[in-house]
Design a protein around this ligand. Structure first.
Ligand SMILES: O=c1ccn([C@@H]2O[C@H](COP(=O)(O)O)[C@@H](O)[C@H]2O)c(=O)[nH]1
Length: 277
């Protein structure tokens, strides 16, 4: 099998379809738009054709002034540039967001992955109980042993505000293919959930699963503002480890000069309330 298999879902509030964005950004376009245009000029890996209409509609109307990618006037983001995290509607910026903007990392231990690539939160618990705490840092630590709900509530409250009506892209399982940029042309995506695991050995896995570097390229192709890695940290399904996946993601992020704040690693069981509510 040498054909990438692909899929994914656009998740957005009810709203009308929008016109496809132009392939080349106009002069003076935002950084985000330039990224979109640049990726459209790149060679594809397999030249596979793609019918974006199959992806279905959606983009939503947002409130005036709301920084939703999907709803900004004229279909363009107006409130932020990449790296700028939008303030809440009342103009305040959560303290942790300020810390991130000041250069502190939001990856690290709270990602729930130890140096050997082992999942450090209680996997079985996290899988069955959405409110399970990421404070269970080792396989021997139980969630009951920590004051988990307070720590979890605190870290959840500090995640960035996206907008009141965000558009999400969930890529599912996918190899790298040119459809990512078409999806980006069709939808103004706020948050892209991209797979970064189960990619080795590449000769065998590449049709189904992107590498972390390809996931980043796909993220850039879609023009999304935020990247949430997924499909890597619960089970070891291939030769790679969660630690390797996160390390390669971080290296790739730096190589692309993607702002740290745009990559949001969610520990097991944690929630990111995109609308800040
Ligand atoms: O490297 C990986 C790959 C996947 N997972 C998680 O396993 C299940 C099943 O994934 P499939 O897409 O059906 O293969 C899902 O929860 C993935 O997130 C993983 O933990 N590590």
């Amino acid at each position: 099998m040498n054909r990438s298999h692909w899929g994914g879902w656009i998740i957005a509030p009810a709203g009308g379809k929008r016109e496809a964005a132009p392939l080349s950004p106009p002069p003076g376009a935002t950084v985000q738009e330039r990224l979109r245009g640049a990726s459209a000029d790149q060679e594809t890996r397999d030249g596979e054709s793609y019918d974006a209409a199959e992806q279905g509609p959606v983009s939503a109307e947002a409130k005036p002034g709301d920084p939703c990618a999907s709803g900004a006037p004229g279909g363009h983001r107006t409130a932020t540039e990449p790296g700028e995290v939008p303030a809440r509607p009342d103009g305040t910026v959560p303290p942790a967001v300020r810390a991130l903007q000041a250069g502190e990392t939001h990856a690290g231990p709270e990602s729930g992955i130890d140096e050997q690539g082992a999942v450090t939160s209680d996997v079985s618990d996290a899988a069955t109980r959405p409110n399970a705490s990421s404070e269970a840092r080792t396989p021997r630590t139980t969630n009951e042993a920590v004051t988990s709900s307070e720590a979890k509530a605190s870290s959840e409250a500090q995640r960035p505000f996206v907008c009141t009506a965000p558009t999400l892209y969930f890529a599912g399982d996918s190899g790298y293919f040119q459809g990512f940029r078409e999806i980006g042309r069709r939808h103004k995506i706020d948050v892209a959930l991209m797979p970064i695991g189960a990619y080795e050995p590449e000769y065998f896995m590449s049709p189904q699963h992107v590498t972390p570097e390809q996931a980043l390229q796909a993220f850039l192709d879609t023009g999304a503002t935020w990247f949430v890695p997924m499909h890597y940290g619960s089970f070891k399904l291939a030769d790679d480890t969660p630690r390797e996946a996160l390390d390669r993601l971080e290296s790739g992020r730096r190589a692309h000069a993607i702002e740290e704040t745009r990559v949001v690693i969610l520990p097991h069981g944690e929630t990111w309330r995109l609308s800040g509510e």
